[in-house]
Design a protein around this ligand. Structure first.
Ligand SMILES: NC(=O)C1=CN([C@@H]2O[C@H](COP(=O)(O)OP(=O)(O)OC[C@H]3O[C@@H](n4cnc5c(N)ncnc54)[C@H](OP(=O)(O)O)[C@@H]3O)[C@@H](O)[C@H]2O)C=CC1
Ligand SMILES: N[C@@H](CC=O)C(=O)O
Ligand code: NA
Length: 372
């Protein structure tokens, strides 16, 4: 007869995704405590860029008051390396949820994993950094080749859509993935669907960028979406999972939509303030495509055999499924040997706090199922 167990959870980042995650975690915690064999989930650490809250003795934090408690906390900031030490002394298994976009934190994943701490994250930075870091992470993880903590990152591609789990299952069941293509950015999808809808009309480009930011679709700095790198990071992750040794997200052609004149902007706010000056350029792009009866969309593709990866704008006929996407929808086509010329297609919202947090919460469940 299995016995009840306790698992600790530590959360870094309480922004758009982090806040939704904490709500979903609270509901999960209740459900797990009522299961036939209960799991008691306790939040023992939470932080944001300027605040940290935890107890030296691993006393659970109160989820009902967590936001105010964190903001009122006077505890000194813990560097990631100090957090590794603190969590590794916990008397129960620990899952660390990284809801930031910090590369510095991601670089510590191998250290956390080697100490038996599991990691769940929507943060793409570590998985698309050097191939060496990718290898270090999976060499340490128990669901890689190591015997440390477990590592899951479903929301790094397509937010909560089951993109990575599907690709892994295709590969692990022996299918041969030949090509992956589609729309991989919720922000870019939203921008082009609303700025250049099929049938004409649409708002100004800069106004749509602001809407995408306000809706929580963009990266913390929207330039990370508009420069194409967010999509390049996702394709790097997919290509690596499909077996390609892509060195980094700039080792293949990536089209940037940042106007030359704005490349020197010192902050995201400065960039956003000046973007309307360049609405005319985007309007010309729209008119040019319309004169051919087409629309423009921001897409990416990976040709596995030729190792050809690319990211950028392409024109589509109005009848094409990519032209017909709505809102922040992503569409991901997997061409494989088994599926032949009709790809396996995954489609749905590819950005937003709730759907991204769903992928993160789902990954917490995967860790709980894996931990014995
Ligand atoms: N938004 C979306 O639709 C999707 C997001 N993602 C990924 O999810 C992650 C979070 O995105 P999102 O919630 O939108 O971003 P936000 O900017 O809303 O939130 C980021 C959070 O991380 C905190 N933070 C940043 N750096 C550090 C640090 N060094 N130490 C501790 N805390 C830190 C911020 O602190 P503070 O509050 O003090 O600023 C903030 O709470 C990103 O990696 C993003 O790429 C993935 C898929 C979709
Ligand atoms: N900024 C990203 C968020 C999800 O990864 C996007 O727009 O797709
Ligand atoms: Na996903």
């Amino acid at each position: 007869m299995p016995t009840p167990r306790q698992v600790y959870v530590a959360v870094i980042g309480v922004g758009g995704v982090g806040k939704c995650f904490l709500n979903q975690f609270q509901a999960l915690r209740t459900r797990m405590s009522q299961a036939r064999t209960p799991t008691y989930l306790d939040l023992i650490f939470v932080s944001r860029s300027s605040k940290v809250l935890f107890s030296e003795s691993f006393r659970p934090l109160n989820l009902d008051t967590i936001e105010a408690d964190l903001n009122n906390s006077k505890q000194p900031i813990l560097e990631a390396s100090a957090l590794v030490e603190y969590l590794s002394t916990a008397p129960e298994k620990v899952i660390l949820v990284d809801n930031t976009s910090s590369l510095d934190i991601a670089r510590q994943y191998p250290a956390f994993l080697r100490k038996g701490i599991s990691i769940v994250t929507p943060n793409k930075k570590g998985f698309s950094d050097s191939f060496e870091l990718w290898e270090d992470m999976f060499a340490a993880a128990s669901n890689g080749t190591g015997n440390g903590g477990y590592l899951f990152h479903e929301s790094t591609v397509g937010a909560g859509l089951p993109v990575l789990s599907t690709l892994k299952e295709l590969v692990e069941t022996g299918d041969e993935v030949t090509k992956i293509e589609g729309v991989f950015s919720g922000t870019m999808s939203f921008l082009f669907n609303s700025f250049m809808p099929v049938g004409g009309g649409g708002g100004s480009f800069a106004a749509e960028v602001k809407k995408a930011k306000d809706l929580g679709y963009t990266e913390p700095d929207p330039r990370d979406d508009l420069n194409g790198l967010d999509v390049a990071r996702k394709l790097t992750i997919l290509a690596r999972l499909a077996g390609l040794k892509i060195q980094n997200p700039t080792s293949f052609p990536v089209q940037s939509l940042i106007p030359k004149e704005l490349e020197s902007c010192t902050s995201g706010d400065d960039f956003m303030a000046r973007l309307p000056e360049f609405d005319d350029q985007m309007e010309r792009l729209k008119q040019e495509a319309a004169s051919e009866g087409k629309v423009v969309r921001f897409v990416g593709s990976i040709d596995v055999a030729s190792q050809n990866v690319k990211v950028g704008l392409e024109k589509f006929d109005a009848s094409h499924p990519i032209a017909a996407l709505k809102g922040s929808d992503n569409i991901i086509n997997f061409y494989t040997k088994r599926y032949g010329s009709n790809p396996l297609i995954i489609q749905g919202a590819g950005a937003g706090g709730e759907v991204t947090a769903m992928g993160v919460t789902g990954d917490v469940l995967k860790v709980l199922r894996s931990l014995n």
